[in-house]
Ligand binder design. Structure first.
Ligand code: NDP
Length: 298
């Protein structure tokens, strides 16, 4: 039997239209648009594409987009000055500094400088602390998007065994916190985990965030499990092709035969990330402007 394919693209489109709806009521209530600022340092081609796409989708949702493109040789002090200015700007509700930054810059210091009230990426120490303490705050976009897909598919996650493969600050750790808050029994696996296939085989929910193409095999998956594949890896091009295929961290063809539901790559978790970024910006806008947002609306 083949698994249900979890359509992240469709879910993300629905989320964006809810964001657009609430962005319009926010504009009426606050007398201004919600605003998202994106800072890009340097000319990394992938980052350029992400930033352009974020700006376009922000505007399409009826929010204001502020783009700041700085040269590759920007010094730390100037970048911190810009972050301070955005922190102080009442038109800006969310600040996203596109990572990775060029090597000469201290990424941790820059991220930590973002006001936690505007931390739409959920990466500042205060946002991580709030998540760990179960307090209201802004949560990293990719894990929150993954959780939305899981809850949409499974409803109550309470008591389920979840295995998160990967323990990065960006994905694995916040994902584990979110699942714990949903009362899952959570195992976080990483490169030193012993007998990973056996660990994964216990899971009702598998979240793979490793960055290794098709590493998780079909026979690692417990029959009926739900699989969220966060990985985005580009394979080497086939003969005659210029670009390689995008694949996840899970061997989709194998896992789809065993799981009860699985996210594809592309079209699974990927589209959720920007949609949740817009959601986070709008949630921050409501808090910053003191405008009430219906509980669970977004
Ligand atoms: P990182 O490289 O920061 O972390 C990878 C994690 O995987 C580490 O914790 C590492 O363990 C673990 N790992 C590496 N090799 C193995 C192994 N053989 N067995 C078990 N665990 C292993 O990656 P990210 O978390 O940033 O990203 C993970 C994937 O998700 C990437 O493919 C990335 O492209 C994708 N991604 C997708 C996004 C989206 O929008 N869909 C957004 C962000 C990321 P250790 O800590 O021990 O080194």
């Amino acid at each position: 039997m083949s698994a249900q394919i979890i359509d992240g693209k469709a879910y993300a489109a629905e989320l964006r239209s809810r964001v657009a709806e609430y962005a319009a009521t926010f504009t009426q209530a606050a007398g201004r648009k919600a605003g998202l600022a994106v800072v890009l340092v340097g000319s990394d081609p992938a980052s350029q594409v992400y930033v352009a796409s974020k700006a376009k989708q922000t505007v399409e949702c009826g929010m204001a987009s502020f783009e700041h493109r700085l040269p590759e040789d920007t010094v730390q002090a100037d970048l911190l000055t810009l972050v301070d200015a955005l922190n102080a700007d009442p038109a800006v509700d969310g600040i996203l500094v596109q990572l990775p930054l060029p090597k000469h810059l201290d990424e941790q210091q820059v991220v930590a400088r973002i006001s936690p009230d505007k931390d739409v990426d959920g990466l500042t120490p205060l946002s991580s602390g709030r998540l760990a303490l179960g307090q209201d705050g802004l949560v990293p976009c990719t894990p929150l998007g993954s959780l939305m897909l899981l809850k949409d598919r499974l409803g109550d996650l309470s008591g389920l065994d979840a295995v998160v493969i990967g323990r990065s600050i960006l994905v694995g750790k916040p994902m584990a916190q979110l699942l714990l808050a949903e009362n899952c029994t959570v195992t976080v696996a990483h490169s030193r985990t012993r007998d990973l296939p056996a660990v994964v085989r216990r899971a009702d929910i598998v979240v793979a965030a490793v960055g290794r193409p098709q590493m998780v095999r079909g026979d690692w998956i417990k029959p009926g499990a739900t699989v969220i594949d966060v990985g985005i890896n580009r394979l080497s091009p086939e003969p005659g092709q210029t670009k390689g295929r995008l694949v996840g961290d899970v061997d989709f063809a194998e896992a789809v035969e065993v799981a009860s539901a699985i996210t594809p790559v592309p079209g699974g978790v990927g589209p959720m990330t920007i949609a949740v970024l817009l959601r986070n910006a709008l949630v921050a806008a409501h808090r910053n402007a003191g405008v009430a947002l219906t509980e669970g609306a977004l």
